[in-house]
Design a protein around this ligand. Structure first.
Ligand code: NAD
Ligand code: USQ
Length: 404
């Protein structure tokens, strides 16, 4: 209660774009639980990709309407819903003017690197959807809520794997006797990861030109499925992707171990990335909202908690399997991607910790419970979807269609 006026302070209003997806759904529930006023904006295109490609989440997921109804019946909290495409400016403008957000969290992009490398049309779709969607969000903020804080999901993959330490967004360079702090060089390695670089440039420019306040969260690979809120009821379960297009490294390995499929290490397996638990994704986003960037500031946080190579992940999952009596094999799959398989990697990630992030590190117990979770749903796994099917080198202009 506000002590001077005796009134409840008005809750911060947060628009979550992409709120029906993996990170977005967990974040929407977490923020709603913390008494933020939440609106989900989503065009449900992700559910459509699953249908098109014949994929499905490991966990059965309810429709967005049933999810929100169940949340209301359990908690008496309302989540507002706007179904539509952020590339459609009229729709986005309507959502902005009716909801009047104080902060916008933007998860609503095509987020799979393999999907963006299927064929020309998917590459073009990915960059159009992501770059133009973000541009529309920037225009909506300028036009309708100038003070609104943009919290944008970027990726650690924007930086690539340079042979020097990775800083948080900016690097101070001395060149020919003069010194400046400049955006850290970007070397992304898929049309998807490149879309995030293009977004970062557009956001940085509008912060300077229009005084937009923005935080770019360069997130690492997310793992896990449960959060305090999604485990309250099966209709609140989050999606869990394990297939070769949308599944990500550690989540895939747990499902592979659960069904007795050898772990698919691409190439030499020295590929090192930053990783984080989905419970930390929701925490980081809340910290960014609670500590907004200043007007005109383009702030960059590296959002991950630990670094692992693919080989390290495979060996951790093998050990966790042994404890559950599952024998886990690993195979080296010819790498479908073009990427360094042995490289230096040391990325800074202190800014979110300084704001108060308390990481859930990948302990044995978490890995055991994730593996158990995968075992629980293993009858739903379509093992044909596990091997990678998209080649960075073979991408062409001919549309790829799925055969039965
Ligand atoms: P997801 O595919 O599960 O969710 C994305 C959601 O955005 C979907 O519900 C989709 O329907 C929606 N969407 C896409 N385009 C839209 C549009 N034009 N208009 C409205 N809605 C749209 O993805 P995710 O794993 O939750 O990732 C969310 C964000 O976090 C992405 O920007 C991704 O790049 C980033 N990220 C994810 C990971 C990870 O490991 N999952 C890691 C780092 C960064
Ligand atoms: N890999 C394997 N075997 C597998 C799957 C992946 O060896 O079965 C390797 C990949 O070759 C890559 C690494 O593991 O070197 C990570 O791959 P990934 O599919 O887990 O993650 P990535 O394609 O980078 O994309 C995911 C999300 C994306 C997000 C990114 C964060 O899909 O939205 O931006 O993680 S980051 O990796 O930090 O850029």
């Amino acid at each position: 209660t506000d002590e001077t006026s005796g009134q409840q302070p008005r809750p911060t209003r947060v628009m979550v774009i992409g709120g029906d997806g993996y990170c977005g759904w967990a974040t929407s529930l977490h923020l709603s639980n913390k008494n933020y006023e939440v609106a989900i904006v989503d065009n449900l295109v992700r559910r459509h990709f699953d249908h098109q490609l014949g994929l499905d989440s490991l966990t059965p997921i309810s429709s967005i309407h049933d999810r929100i109804r169940r949340w209301r019946s359990l908690t008496q909290k309302d989540i507002n819903l706007y179904i539509g495409d952020v590339c459609d400016f009229e729709f986005l403008a309507e959502a902005f003017t009716s909801f009047k957000p104080d902060a916008v969290v933007h998860f609503g992009e095509q987020r799979s690197a393999p999907y963006s490398m299927i064929d020309r049309s998917r590459a073009v779709y990915t960059q159009k959807n992501n770059v133009l969607g973000t541009l529309n969000v920037l225009f909506a903020i300028k036009e309708f809520s100038e003070d609104c804080h943009l919290v944008k999901l970027g990726t650690m993959g924007e930086y690539g794997t340079p042979n020097i330490d990775i800083e948080e967004g900016y690097i101070t360079i001395t060149h020919n006797g003069r010194t400046d702090t400049l955006p850290y060089p970007k070397q992304a390695s898929s049309f998807y990861h490149l879309s995030k670089v293009h977004d970062s440039n557009n956001i940085a420019f509008t912060c300077k030109a229009w005084g937009i306040r923005a935080t770019d969260l360069n997130q690492g690979v997310v793992y896990g499925v449960r959060t305090n809120e999604t485990e309250m009821h099966e209709e609140l379960y989050n999606r869990f992707d394990y297939d070769g297009v949308f599944g990500t490294a550690l989540n895939r390995f747990c499902v592979q171990a659960a069904v007795g499929h050898p772990l698919t290490v691409y190439g030499k397996g020295g590929q090192t990335r930053g990783y984080l638990d989905i419970r930390d994704t929701v925490q980081c986003v809340e910290l960014a909202i609670a500590n907004p960037a200043k007007r005109g500031e383009f702030r960059v946080f590296n959002q991950f908690t630990e670094q692992f190579s693919v080989n390290q992940l495979a060996s951790l999952v093998t050990k966790a399997g042994e404890k559950l009596g599952i024998e886990v094999q690993t195979i080296s799959v010819p790498n479908p991607r073009v990427e360094a398989e042995e490289h230096y990697y040391n990325a800074k990630h202190t800014k979110l910790i300084e704001l108060g992030l308390e990481p859930h590190l990948l302990s044995d117990s978490l890995l055991d419970s994730l593996l158990n979770f995968a075992v629980q749903f293993k009858d739903r796994v379509d093992t044909k979807q596990i091997m990678p099917s998209v080649s960075w080198r073979k991408i062409g202009v001919k549309p790829k269609t799925v055969s039965a």
